[in-house]
Design a protein around this ligand. Structure first.
Ligand SMILES: Nc1ncnc2c1ncn2[C@@H]1O[C@H](COP(=O)(O)OP(=O)(O)O)[C@@H](O)[C@H]1O
Ligand SMILES: [Mg+2]
Length: 231
C-alpha cells in the first residue's frame, strides 16, 4: 500500500483469554497515524489503551489483521526481528519512569545504546545530546533518587529518544505528576513533536494533557472516536 501513514492498523483484532473467559479488545480496528502526528488516546480503564501501545511497539501480537510501521509489516515478525524493529523505531515512556535506581541519569539514558554497535565515545555524545534536549545536561551524574518526579520523567524521555526513534509511545506520562510538572513534561513532548518531528502516541486520562496533542482519539468498546476537545 502506498500512502503517507507512518503507522497503519488494518482489521486488527485482539483479545485475551482469562481463565474460562475470553475478552475481545479490538475487532477489525483500522487506524492511520501520519508522520509527525501527536495523538492523545483517551478512554475508560480497561478499554485497551495500553494494549494498543504494546501492539504498536511490537511488545504484543495481533490475533488477526495487519500493522505497518514505516513501510514494514510488524505483525508476524519473529521476536528477534521485533527487538530490532523496537530498537530502530520506537521509544517508550511510562507513568512511573522505570529508571534503574543503581544507575545515574546518563547511564540510564545510555542503556538502549548498549544494544547497538556504537562505541563508547559515540554513546556519550548521544547521551549528552538527549539529556540536553530534555533540559537535564547538568544532572548526568545524578541518581534517580536524587531527582524529582519531573526530572526522572525527563531522564526517561531522554532514554526514549537517545536512539533517535521515529515514534514515541507514552503511557500516562504525566499520571504521577502535579499539574505544573505535568505541563513541563507535556511541553517537552510537544517540542519533540514540533521541532524534532517525532510522531507521538500518548495515552492519558487528563483532558488538559490531551490538549497538547494535535488530535484526540477516544477508545471505547474496541472502536476509536475522534473528538475535538476545543469544540
Ligand atoms: N496480558 C494480558 N492477559 C490477559 N488480559 C489482559 C492482558 N493485558 C490486558 N488484558 C486485559 O485487556 C483489557 C485491556 O487492558 P489495557 O490495554 O491494559 O487497558 P487500558 O490501558 O485501557 O486500561 C483489560 O480488560 C485487561 O484486563
Ligand atoms: Mg493502561
Amino acid at each position: 500500500m502506498s500512502d503517507h501513514a507512518l503507522v497503519r492498523l488494518e482489521g486488527v483484532t485482539k483479545g485475551f483469554v482469562k481463565g474460562q473467559e475470553s475478552i475481545a479488545i479490538f475487532k477489525a480496528l483500522d487506524l492511520a497515524i501520519p508522520t509527525g502526528d501527536f495523538v492523545a488516546v483517551m478512554g475508560p480503564s480497561g478499554s485497551g489503551k495500553t494494549t494498543l501501545l504494546n501492539l504498536l511497539g511490537g511488545i504484543d501480537h495481533v490475533d488477526a489483521g495487519a500493522i505497518t510501521v514505516a513501510g514494514q509489516r510488524i505483525d508476524g515478525l519473529s521476536e528477534n526481528a521485533l527487538a530490532r524493529y523496537r530498537a530502530a523505531n520506537v521509544g517508550f515512556v511510562f507513568q512511573f519512569y522505570n529508571l534503574m535506581p543503581m544507575l545515574t541519569a546518563a547511564q540510564n539514558v545510555e542503556l538502549p545504546l548498549l544494544l547497538t554497535p556504537l562505541k563508547k565515545a559515540q554513546r556519550r555524545t548521544h547521551v549528552e545530546t538527549a539529556l540536553a534536549v530534555v533540559g537535564l545536561a547538568d544532572r548526568a551524574k545524578h541518581y534517580p533518587r536524587e531527582m524529582s518526579g519531573g526530572q526522572q520523567q525527563r531522564v526517561a524521555i531522554a532514554r526514549a529518544i537517545v536512539s533517535d526513534p521515529k515514534i514515541l509511545l507514552c503511557d500516562e506520562p504525566t499520571g504521577d505528576l502535579d499539574r505544573a510538572t505535568a505541563d513541563e513534561i507535556l511541553g517537552v513532548l510537544q517540542t519533540l513533536n514540533r521541532e524534532l518531528g517525532k510522531t507521538i502516541v500518548m495515552v492519558t486520562h487528563d483532558p488538559a494533557a490531551a490538549r497538547y496533542a494535535k488530535r484526540t482519539l477516544h477508545l471505547d468498546k474496541g472502536q476509536f472516536f475522534e473528538k475535538d476537545l476545543a469544540a
